[in-house]
Design a protein around this ligand. Sequence first.
Ligand SMILES: Cc1cc2nc3c(=O)[nH]c(=O)nc-3n(C[C@H](O)[C@H](O)[C@H](O)COP(=O)(O)OP(=O)(O)OC[C@H]3O[C@@H](n4cnc5c(N)ncnc54)[C@H](O)[C@@H]3O)c2cc1C
Length: 328
Amino acid sequence: MPVEQATLRRLAQIPNLSVSEHASLSRYTRFGIGGEAGLYVETPVEQSFMAALGIVRASGAETAVIGSGTNLIVSDAGFGGIVLRFTAGGISSEGGMVRAEAGAELQAVVDYTIEHGLRGLETLTGIPGSVGAAIYGNAGAYGHSIHERVRQVRFFDGSAVRTIGNGECEFRYRESIFKRRKEWIIFSAELELSAAASDDLRKTADAIFQVRLEKYPASMQCAGSIFKNLILAELPEAVRRQVPDRVVREGKVPSAYFLEQVGAKGIRNGGIQVAAYHANLIYNAGGGTARELCEVIYDLKLRVKERFGLLLEEEVQYVGFPEKLTSA
Ligand SMILES: Cc1cc2nc3c(=O)[nH]c(=O)nc-3n(C[C@H](O)[C@H](O)[C@H](O)COP(=O)(O)OP(=O)(O)OC[C@H]3O[C@@H](n4cnc5c(N)ncnc54)[C@H](O)[C@@H]3O)c2cc1C
């Protein structure tokens, strides 16, 4: 549904709001893929964000909230509704309590905590994207995820700003309540950290960063891992028996293991490539489209389903697609 002129006029009256018509979403995704948004709206001011969301929802237009676009596949046709982004990126602390606004880059928060001698986020170094999305998807790496440090999250539920504690966030592996309640928009979070020597934290972070850079070169147009890993205990017995002990890490089987068995490495479809060194890493090698990317994802899901009877689940989030397009 095209965005109505009346909606545009009302949005234009909100202070501190930047509104763009026909914004190409490929500019806002690390894949560099995606058509136009009916309207793209961003602001660093909570009041302006809430006012805009109120107008947009009252207009009946569809909405999508994005962060830094590092975990998104946007359709080639774009998104006919209104894309919103909350960009406030303040970071502050009091003792071991760090408060970060949702638009802050996670790496900026990691660096801040290291500089302030606070332990707990250093293993998340190199995970691209914003704090809001990191909480939404319970981002993590090297055996830790952000939920271990979240004390509380402040968000807009569509009618009021609320704060919930860690337990109410219902964190699980790459999951939180915010993934199920997509209408809840995270504004900020408080993280609880412990004191440590900055130099030690920096050493840990630098070592991780180097390893990550080799796997994900800075210019690579990708979303990190496409599929979630699988929890060993939840796999059917027949599949579990086929998984060698050496591939199990922290009770999880990397989906890359199953993808490798079905010949995923190195697959190419137009401009889309599965990394030759990592079966769960798909990137845009140049000129790739969302259609090509979804074809690869569909093909890989089908292969794993046929061979192992398993349904891989995407970690990456879709914008502008009908659900059924990508289900194997
Ligand atoms: C090279 C590379 C490596 C990666 N490695 C890892 C890794 O090791 N571990 C890991 O966990 N992830 C990894 N990722 C994935 C990605 O970094 C995370 O998913 C990240 O949290 C996404 O942040 P973003 O701001 O880019 O979110 P986006 O991609 O813009 O959005 C992701 C989702 O978050 C939601 N969202 C964004 N902001 C808000 C908000 N304020 N309130 C509510 N919902 C919101 C959006 O609606 C969307 O559904 C990697 C990605 C890349 C490109």
